[in-house]
Design a protein around this ligand. Structure first.
Ligand code: URA
Length: 430
């Protein structure tokens, strides 16, 4: 069957629903270059306004899966569990969670991406370890998971070719934050990557694509249903991204926080949050563990040991381990002190994420170079009491930190008389 793209754009513009054959045709012809970017952009915008049915989203997801290679992890014994976050600020979860889960003998075969704009990417954080390599062939990836029980590599160019093209296009046409397109983008990558079970971290709040819990719930349910419909056990956790996650933002800065957490040197609530996610991943792999048993792997060194094995297997310099927890090496540091006494009631993730990017920790465009040492360290989080003059945060950069940038931090912060309680996990969707 052949179609004209202009007719398909018109159909969606007028609120129609696509058939499987129409979706297969447009994805195939977009990937092979027959459908140009300008028509795909118009279609993405029509989808943005008119949405997609559950059936269309499922067709789109599978058409995207079939646009590239699919990894076959069946020679790795055990239930392979994958994890994906819809993105945020200070989100170093994978760096801690993946080795933690692998330390229980559950194979973790994970592909991660880079950060863009205010969101960080796991690959950039891992790259702050000198020598760390994340490019692997399918064979090398499988070999490493068999030998060390864990690998975190970059998204293969061979996998889900449609997403690579479409995501870049969406990024510059204001069509990222729409549920059917996010769901098909995430789930096509997870399905093609070959794991048996998937934990989805759906972030919600100021620093996430989903701004309301209702939208996050809908996205989570859509992705859980997609995963299950193709036989992948899938659980989604809706997590709070109204303030940055943890205390560190920036690549090496987050790596340091991840290493400290893996070594049992993090605030209890943060350790418990990661342990709760690990408990779900372990359940997906058929292993029932209590939170106490999971936390034990931070204290007895097993989680950190697994992390070290992974880094070494991927070429990371062993000397670098001591450097990972050393103070940030930057030309400029500005400490921010509380202007009033009270409780921190807001620490806006978007504002702080954008600021970290401007300090050099992130990219405004794909071509930008990252400064691994740049970032923001918070010393207080929402709900904490502060006294006037007390240290709240430090900004680190190799670029001059202007008054304007300091003002951006202050604009992201609200101190009030009200003590607000925030929880990291808002809801679990199975
Ligand atoms: N993460 C993805 O992988 N895709 C999206 O569309 C949004 C977040």
């Amino acid at each position: 069957m052949t179609y004209r793209m202009v007719d398909l754009i018109q159909k969606k513009r007028d609120g129609g629903a696509f058939s499987k054959s129409e979706i297969d045709w447009m994805i195939e012809n977009y990937v092979n270059g027959t459908v140009p970017d300008y028509q795909m952009s118009a279609l993405a915008m029509a989808i943005y306004f008119k949405g997609m049915t559950t059936q269309e989203t499922a067709y789109l997801t599978m058409a995207m899966v079939h646009s590239g290679k699919e990894f076959d992890l069946s020679t790795i014994s055990g239930i392979k569990v994958d994890k994906h976050s819809t993105g945020g600020v200070g989100d170093k979860v994978t760096l801690i969670l993946a080795p933690l889960v692998a330390s229980f003998g559950v194979p973790v075969a994970k592909m991660s991406g880079r950060g863009l704009g205010h969101t960080g990417g796991t690959l950039d954080k891992l790259e702050s370890i000198p020598g760390f390599k994340f490019e692997k062939t399918e064979e090398e990836f499988i070999k490493q998971v068999k030998e060390t029980g864990i690998a975190i590599i970059g998204q293969s160019d061979e996998l889900v070719k449609a997403d690579k093209l479409l995501y870049a296009l969406r990024d510059v046409t204001a069509t990222v934050d729409i549920i059917p397109l996010i769901a098909s983008s995430v789930m096509s990558k997870k399905i093609a990557a070959g794991s048996d079970a998937i934990l989805l971290d759906v972030t919600v709040g100021d620093g996430a694509f989903m701004k309301s819990v209702d939208d996050a719930r809908l996205l989570a349910q859509t992705m859980v249903d997609l995963g299950k419909s193709v036989g992948r056990e899938t659980v989604a956790v809706i997590t709070n991204m109204s303030q940055p996650l943890g205390f560190a933002i920036g690549n090496r800065n987050e790596m340091t926080e991840a290493v400290n957490t893996l070594q049992g040197n993090a605030p209890k609530e943060f350790q418990v949050f990661i342990a709760e996610l690990a408990q779900i991943m372990l359940q997906l792999a058929g292993l029932e563990k209590s939170i106490t048993e999971i936390l034990e792997h931070f204290n007895n060194g097993l989680a950190y040991k697994k992390f070290v094995e992974m880094v070494k297997a991927q070429g990371g310099d062993p000397y670098a381990f001591e450097q990972l927890t050393a103070p940030l090496k930057v030309k400029y540091q500005v400490d921010i002190h509380a202007k009033a006494s009270g409780f921190i009631s807001e620490e806006k993730a978007l504002g702080i994420g954008l600021l970290a990017m401007k300090l050099g920790a992130g990219r405004a465009t794909k071509a930008d170079e990252i400064d691994f040492e740049a970032g923001v360290t918070l010393t207080k989080k929402v709900g904490d009491r502060v006294e006037v003059g007390e240290l709240i945060a430090s900004l680190y950069s190799n670029r001059e930190i202007t008054d304007e940038l300091v003002a951006e931090f202050n604009d992201s912060l609200v101190i009030s008389d009200q003590q607000i309680e925030q929880k990291e996990i808002i809801e679990i969707i199975r």
